[in-house]
Design a binder for this molecule. Structure first.
Ligand SMILES: [Zn+2]
Length: 286
């Protein structure tokens, strides 16, 4: 599924040995770990809390080598991170590996659609439990016609489901979505950027999913111009796939199961100006 190409010898790439996913990444300061630590928790396990169980985690204070009790990690002192997506399953498809590999965050996952879907809504709640995340769903139109939604309405919905707070990191869709094509993904990205620009959303960093499918020529994969790319470990990859097949119930031959990327990619922004600038550039290109 994911690209297996070794790019470690290409200019601008380096291998990050400290990264919990053992990921390749670009030499981009925006892609440094946003959890405040030099390196992340050494935890490649598949179940977030059960396997964080080595009784102690080394959080930002690791610079002074002071262990932080697990109870403290579980408390509100954890840095907050949010995932803002159009649909239940987008969080798993596009960044499930990153969520699983970073239990040091207090994750909040919100969706624009499907709150009243009797099938997907309960599955989403089960997946949140597996991810150790809290979350909320809205029920914006998700009909097959993909009628454009007023952006102000999308923004108001995002503000409501995020329910305030400031975040260290927010993950959301790319400006052109991840495949050809779902308008809700694009509207979600546009709205998050606008909310950040206008100061309604408070986040230190914004990462956008960076995938493309060549206009349906192939399954979604990390874009060549992604700022960051993480090849998932076997454990994380299997758990991510399990959420898609066993919890969301997609058959192994389904588009979703086949598409579930083993490599995850992001565009990384630590300033709203950079996000607006690149989003405007992509809009011109499209
Ligand atoms: Zn979606």
């Amino acid at each position: 599924m994911g690209k297996q190409t070794d790019k470690s010898d290409l200019p601008g790439y380096k291998f990050d040995f400290d990264h919990p996913l053992g990921g390749l990444r670009l030499d981009d300061p925006n892609c440094e770990e946003p959890n405040g630590s030099v390196a992340s928790v050494e935890n490649n396990s598949t179940s977030r809390h059960a396997n964080v169980s080595e009784s102690m985690l080394l959080l930002p204070s690791r610079k002074t080598m002071t262990p932080v009790p697990l109870e403290a990690v579980r408390s509100e002192t954890r840095p907050r991170a949010a995932v803002v997506v159009a649909h239940p399953d987008d969080e798993t498809l596009w960044c499930g590996g990153y969520i699983l590999a970073h239990p040091e965050f207090l994750w909040r996952v919100v969706t624009l659609c499907r709150a009243l879907d009797p099938d997907r809504a309960p599955k989403f709640r089960q997946v949140l439990q597996q991810l150790g995340a809290e979350g909320e769903m809205a029920d914006m139109d998700d009909g097959p016609d993909q009628v454009p939604l007023p952006i102000v309405q999308v923004e108001e919905t995002i503000v409501r489901v995020l329910s305030g707070g400031s975040y260290r990191l927010i993950l959301t869709h790319g400006p052109m979505g991840e495949y050809t094509r779902h308008r809700r993904h694009e509207e979600c990205c546009q709205s998050v950027v606008e909310l950040w620009r206008s100061g309604v959303i408070d986040t230190g960093r914004l990462w956008m999913f960076a995938y493309e499918d060549g206009g349906r020529a192939y399954l979604p994969r990390v874009r060549d111009d992604a700022d960051r790319r993480d090849m998932l470990t076997d454990d994380i990859w299997l758990e991510k796939r399990r959420l898609i097949t066993d919890f969301y119930g997609y058959g192994h031959d389904s588009w979703e199961a086949q598409s579930t990327p083993r490599e995850e990619g992001f565009w990384c922004f630590d300033s709203v100006q950079a996000a607006v600038k690149r989003t405007a550039f992509w809009e011109q290109q499209s």
